[in-house]
Design a protein around this ligand. Structure first.
Ligand SMILES: NC(=O)c1ccc[n+]([C@@H]2O[C@H](COP(=O)([O-])OP(=O)(O)OC[C@H]3O[C@@H](n4cnc5c(N)ncnc54)[C@H](OP(=O)(O)O)[C@@H]3O)[C@@H](O)[C@H]2O)c1
Length: 326
């Protein structure tokens, strides 16, 4: 293995010059760690928000004055290059899907993860590209719908942002759980969202949610473009509005709603215990194996052009996932 490896270093907040690809010393796994040769990773909406440094709340995680995270990126697929002495579940040469979570570092040729991090064997029929675009969107969608939405067969479920990374998985998972699904997207993504299983589509550029009459058990606002207040007329009497976005309003709504009535829920699914995320990643790869789920890939970039990938993702209009192949 090379002494020096390439990594996308997070040097500053902003856009130009924020992410710089450089050679660094190859990481060395400790006793319970696994060194993975990354084959593919993604640039997510969260990576783009982190790079921008525009909002206060994300800076609490990434550094108030300057980035404290060396390399961004959480989801990846690759091949195990070395294992620490205490690693039991993985061997050199295994093809894996991993989520480095709050350790980040996936935007690099090599990454070290703990055996306790969410890491599973890659299903053989999946390409590394598809496998990299699984953990962030599907683990978020699964936890929101199953754990917080308590989704049930026959539920009426609206997915706002149905064409995004979280949304494309949310549509498929809601169908898997037997819900009747309404996807909210723009006209360019209608065919895609229908192909993922949505029963009904609302083109958000043509129809205002305030003019709708339908009633939902769950409204999952994957992109946080609305709020409990703007959608509660669409919720059944005990309906649940789920949002991924931390704001003063989403916190306030969560505190003031509920108690047997309509409820607004904000959650941070990435902060769940590693054991739960690993079990869920196993469940998700099972759904890929029986073709209940598929990964939607929009564009592909090389590590050298990762800044362009960030610029594209930051526009907020990607379809599914943006992949970096090594
Ligand atoms: N709380 C948590 O645990 C958690 C976990 C993961 C992510 N997140 C957050 O979740 C958010 C969504 O993540 P993501 O990765 O799914 O985003 P994404 O992939 O970047 O979403 C982009 C998609 O959203 C669509 N969109 C934009 N405005 C819309 C609107 N008003 N109505 C319907 N669709 C709209 C876009 O379609 P058009 O091109 O048609 O506009 C595009 O396809 C991010 O802000 C992220 O920070 C939170």
């Amino acid at each position: 293995m090379a002494e020096d490896v390439k990594a996308a270093l997070f040097k500053a907040y902003g856009s130009k010059g924020a992410i710089v690809v450089q050679d660094i010393a190859s990481p060395v796994p400790k006793e319970d760690e696994i060194l993975i040769k990354v084959k593919a990773t993604t640039v997510t909406a969260v990576d783009a928000i982190f790079r921008s440094g525009k909002d206060f709340f994300p800076r609490l995680a990434t550094g108030i004055f300057k980035p404290k995270i060396k390399t961004l990126g959480t989801e990846l697929s690759g091949v195990v290059e070395r294992v620490g002495d205490n690693v039991t579940r993985f061997d050199v040469g295994d093809e894996v899907i991993a989520d480095s979570g709050t350790n980040y570092g996936a935007h690099a040729e090599y990454v070290v993860v703990s055996e306790k991090d969410p890491i599973v064997h890659k299903p053989n029929h999946l390409s590394f590209k598809e496998a990299a675009a699984i953990s962030y969107g599907s683990l978020t969608a699964l936890s929101f719908l199953r754990d917080h939405g308590k989704i049930k067969q026959g539920n009426q479920v609206m997915i706002i942002g149905a064409s995004g990374s979280v949304g494309t998985y949310a549509v498929q998972l809601a169908k898997y759980y037997g819900a009747e699904v309404t996807g909210v997207c723009s006209s360019k993504n209608i065919a895609l969202v229908k192909s993922l299983g949505a029963d009904h589509i609302i083109d958000y550029r043509k129809t205002s949610l305030k003019d709708l009459q339908a009633q939902f058990d769950i409204i999952f606002d994957t992109v946080g473009k609305y709020s409990f207040g703007k959608t509660k007329h669409l919720l059944k009497p005990k309906g649940i509005y789920l949002t991924t976005i931390l704001s003063l309003r989403s916190v306030f709504d969560m505190l003031r709603t509920g108690q047997g009535k309509q409820k607004s829920i904000l959650a941070f699914t990435g902060l769940r215990k590693n054991k739960e995320k690993t079990d869920d990643l196993g469940f998700i790869t099972g759904l890929f194996n029986n073709h209940s789920l598929s990964a939607v890939i929009d564009k592909e970039y090389s590590l050298d052009t990762i800044s362009d990938a960030f610029d594209y993702v930051a526009q907020g209009h990607k379809t599914g996932n943006v992949v970096i192949t090594m």
